[in-house]
Design a binder for this molecule. Structure first.
Ligand SMILES: Cc1ncc(COP(=O)(O)O)c(C=O)c1O
Length: 461
């Protein structure tokens, strides 16, 4: 008799222990990859092991190399944690082991994608007729949306890029704000459009694309055009001004894509919605769930106003693939064929929070970013260099770039919290990003104290 559940109790026990300790665990990993390789590697085993023994060994070897990025004081990159309902639902994804590609393989996954799409569009104030693909992250979302844009813009010029490729295609112009996220350029590279080809539109001191510069650049063009704007700059949190950008795109028939990996969630919070004014006029939107919606990795949404362009860019067909007429085949909206039902934890997160819960989470993290900025401002000689409009804080400590780099390293060593640095306005600064459902004001204060200690420790540099 096969035991399908062997190893599960052990995994559950280890997971519970990890989660119970998460808030107080030092945030940085205790070892690097070499130690984990030593613990878990070696020659490929000749004979298999009991599932529980495998899980126990895996935990013992991997645990020191885990970063408490799901915990409340990881302020690097833009990392969310995992809401309880989302985490529990994620376990079910593995237990159910659905192939979420076709309705015929999982009517449940098809239905949950439909429901979650409708809820997300409603919550973010986007057109109810837009199509949604459940992708791995902001990168996958940007790539998928720009593939739809490439299809639509070249189709307008009489070219079928899916059938005929790019060799001999009509010219396609891409315009990006000069602060576009790195994943936009990777997407362009993956789509054969090239990362050096975009015209870079100047930005202001917060990283917002200048609408007048965009208008000026568009005026010179009559070829099919894609414009990439941004909701939430990864350093400052700033939002492009979507109304004038959408006006300019409409005048020139350009496709407007918005990378809103984390910032688009501001549309779900009444007090912050003004930041996204006009965003609904775009043609496509990328938004992560594993960041600010606090869903376990990996989950994000590629949203396209023209569902036909979305499907034309992504669809899959073949003689053995069982297609149920009139039903949603999830694969038609994403680059992959077979994949897990990653929508399930997104559904659970939205259902467990509700409209008011999402607004509260987003609003609370933004208030905590302001609190952090106030606390850091009290450090002698420190300067907040961005307008704290969202969940991002950039602080420059006294003493120049080397001192600020040393401060980042000191904070990471201290272990109370984790943050990274970035270059803003040609200066190296500390970067704090708050997007975890479990972060408390006390976590903010403890972390501000740790940053103040690091500032003190490097004050002689
Ligand atoms: C604005 C923006 N776009 C895209 C991404 C990439 O998202 P992911 O890492 O989920 O692929 C990020 C990540 O921080 C981001 O901030």
């Amino acid at each position: 008799m096969r035991d399908r559940t062997a190893g599960l109790s052990s995994a559950a026990q280890h997971a519970l222990e990890y989660l119970v300790d998460l808030d107080e665990r030092p945030v940085a990993a205790r070892v690097d990859a070499a130690d984990v390789r030593d613990a878990l590697g070696g020659l490929f085993p000749e004979h298999g092991e009991d599932p529980t023994a495998v899980i126990d060994a895996l935990v013992a070897g991997a645990e020191p190399g885990l970063v408490a990025s799901a915990g409340p004081r990881h302020f690097g990159f833009v990392t969310g944690g995992a809401l309880p309902a989302a985490l529990a639902a994620d376990w079910l994804v593995s237990a159910w082991d659905q192939c979420a590609a076709f309705h015929s393989l999982s009517p449940a996954a098809a239905a949950i994608e439909e429901i979650t799409s409708a809820w997300t569009l409603d919550l973010l104030g986007l057109p109810a007729t837009a199509s949604v693909g459940f992708v791995t992250g902001g990168q996958g979302a940007n790539t998928t949306c720009l593939a739809a844009a490439r299809h639509a813009q070249l189709a307008k010029a009489g070219w079928n890029v899916e059938d005929d490729g790019l060799i001999g295609a009509p010219p396609l112009r891409i315009l990006c704000g000069e602060q576009a996220h790195a994943t936009i350029y990777t997407a362009l590279r993956q789509l054969g459009l090239g990362s050096n080809t975009p015209v870079r539109i100047g930005a202001d001191d917060q990283g917002r694309m200048r609408p007048d510069a965009l208008r000026h650049a568009l005026a010179d063009m009559d070829e099919p055009t894609i414009v990439c704007a941004q909701a939430g700059n990864v350093a400052t949190g700033a939002f492009d001004e979507f109304e004038p950008i959408a006006d300019a795109c409409a005048t020139h028939g350009a496709w407007l894509h918005v990378d809103g990996a984390f910032g688009l969630w501001a549309a779900a919070a009444p007090a912050l919605r003004h930041l996204t004014s006009g965003v609904e006029r775009a043609d496509s939107w990328a938004v992560d769930a594993h960041k600010w919606l606090n869903v376990p990795y990996d989950g994000a949404m590629a949203i396209v106003a023209d569902a036909d362009a979305h499907v034309a860019a992504m669809s899959l067909a073949g003689p053995y693939l069982v297609v149920d007429p009139g039903q949603r085949d999830n694969t038609n909206y994403v680059p992959e064929s077979s994949r897990r039902a990653r929508v399930v934890p997104i559904y659970a997160a939205l259902r467990s929070l509700g409209r008011t819960g999402v607004a509260e989470l987003i609003g609370r993290n933004c208030a905590q970013a302001r609190r952090m900025a106030e606390r850091l401002n009290e450090i002698p000689g420190a300067r907040i260099v961005n307008d704290v409009v969202l969940n991002q804080v950039l602080v420059q400590l006294p003493g120049g770039d080397d001192a600020n780099r040393a401060a980042v390293a000191a904070v990471q060593r201290d272990g109370t919290c984790w943050l990274g640095g970035t270059t803003w306005d040609d200066r190296y600064v500390l970067r704090v990003s708050i997007s975890n459902w479990a972060t408390t004001d006390d976590d903010v204060d403890r972390s501000a104290d740790a940053i103040a200690r690091a500032a003190e420790s490097i004050s002689s540099m």
